[in-house]
Design a protein around this ligand. Structure first.
Ligand SMILES: [Zn+2]
Length: 428
């Protein structure tokens, strides 16, 4: 038996059912090591890591086969189930559920990487803890009809949509200025409602050739690297989307809040690693997308765009209202990407049909649709986190808010600084 494998088994035995750990901490440490070990098999698996070097050294001592990682995670789940929970401590109960769900997803991902096939819905349940609702094409066709009335003129709807969106693109030399302005506005509005960790900050970079449009790489110590893809021209309102989603109060604030509240204040080591294909992503993407509505509720967004970003980008502010109406329809069509992904990944349609469906329902150019297909191939059922995550996170925040702005932000803050997962959003 190789040395590091022996160490892993000894570590598991140390918190086996014969000697039940008094707290969740030993289980959390083993969960971290197993998560880092999964990263050896899939470079996209570990999205963020800023934990103790000793755990990383254990994980990197060698590469364990997927079957061993899976068996270890299953054993650890058994140990976890035996750890007694203090009565009346809802946060520790939440921590317990979090570790159970994250370990369950780790097992599922090990099975997938080992060659087992899951349907789209099975995968979404196993990795993110939700069953995505199905939408029929008639639902999207109705949205397209609404869009048709918003974009009169000659040519196909896709041609009219793309022509309209071209009129609100940020000129290349102004992209950085517009993005920095949007991020500063989102940060200022978030700071009016939330206390952020001291010293929090981000770096901003522009990249090409990725299948995603933007990404937040969390580095620990309340620092993020935000990357924005500039393969295609960027419509001006996307600056608001991405500034809220990647930055404030989205991914950057989520990660920094978890680090402050759970890692620094409570010593929960499991939060120092973020496995991308896990239930945590449902909350991460859902809150990041609903964060746009938090910062710019209702008509506040179009007012900000019309009065600030459109003039800054040299775009006619008179287009802002029409652009917002088009965007509202496209928000509903976001679910079309789930349906395309489901059909493509379940083998019901091929690549060409998937690209054609994205052209039809997302009104993308063939180049953009090909990029969307690459994203679906890379991230698979992850796509549900953006829209279903937004829907459930938003509904929970509004339910918890008591109908006040202060209540909304208190609910968001609770969500961003706790180990809540999808199941916690649907329970009372
Ligand atoms: Zn995101």
């Amino acid at each position: 038996m190789r040395h590091s494998k022996l160490l892993l088994l000894l570590a598991l035995a140390a918190c086996s059912a014969d000697s039940v750990p008094a707290t969740l901490d030993p289980v959390a440490r083993e969960y971290v090591v197993l998560t880092l070990r999964m990263g050896h098999h899939d470079p996209a698996y570990v999205d963020a890591w800023y934990g103790p070097d000793s755990l990383k050294a254990r994980a990197d001592a060698d590469t364990l086969p997927l079957g061993v990682i899976r068996a270890s995670a299953e054993s650890l789940s058994t140990v976890l189930a035996s750890v007694p929970l203090p009565a009346g401590d809802s946060l520790v109960a939440m921590r317990h559920r979090y570790l159970r769900a994250q370990l369950g997803a780790l097992v599922a991902k090990a099975r997938m990487l080992g060659g087992e096939r899951f349907t789209f819905d099975e995968e979404a349940r196993a990795l993110y803890g939700v069953t995505p609702p199905a939408y029929d094409d008639a639902n999207f066709d109705r949205a397209l009809a609404r869009l048709d009335s918003l974009l009169p003129g000659a040519g196909t709807l896709a041609e009219r949509y793309q022509a309209f969106r071209t009129t609100v693109e940020i000129p290349s030399p102004l992209v950085d200025t517009v993005f920095k302005t949007a991020i500063a506005s989102c940060r200022a509005r978030t700071l009016e409602q939330m206390t952020l960790p001291a010293g929090e900050r981000f770096d901003l970079e522009y990249v090409t050739g990725t299948s995603w449009n933007a990404y937040n790489w969390y580095k620990g110590n309340a620092v993020s690297l935000i990357q924005v893809n500039i393969d295609f021209p960027i419509p001006v309102d996307r600056a608001v989307d991405l500034a809220c989603h990647e930055g404030y109060p989205g991914h950057h604030v989520y990660n920094a809040s978890l680090e402050q509240r759970l890692v620094r204040d409570l010593g929960w080591v499991e939060m120092t690693v973020y496995p991308l294909f896990s239930p945590q992503s449902f909350i991460a993407e859902g809150t990041a997308n609903y964060g746009i509505e938090m910062v710019f509720p209702g008509a506040a967004r179009v007012a900000y765009e019309r009065d600030s970003l459109f003039p800054l980008a040299g775009i006619d502010p008179a287009l802002a209202e029409q652009n917002a109406a088009v965007r509202d329809v496209m928000l509903g069509l976001n679910h079309a990407r789930n349906e395309v992904a489901r059909r493509y990944l379940d083998g019901a349609i091929d690549s060409a049909a998937a690209i054609a469906a994205m052209e039809r329902y997302w009104l993308q150019s063939s180049d953009q649709a090909a990029k969307t297909l690459r994203f679906i191939q890379d991230y698979r059922s992850y796509v549900i986190n953006y829209n279903l995550g937004r829907d459930l996170a938003g509904a929970w925040i509004e339910r918890e808010s008591g109908g006040t702005e202060t209540g909304r932000w208190a609910a968001l803050t609770a969500l961003l600084s706790s180990p809540r997962l999808a199941g916690d959003l649907t329970e009372n």
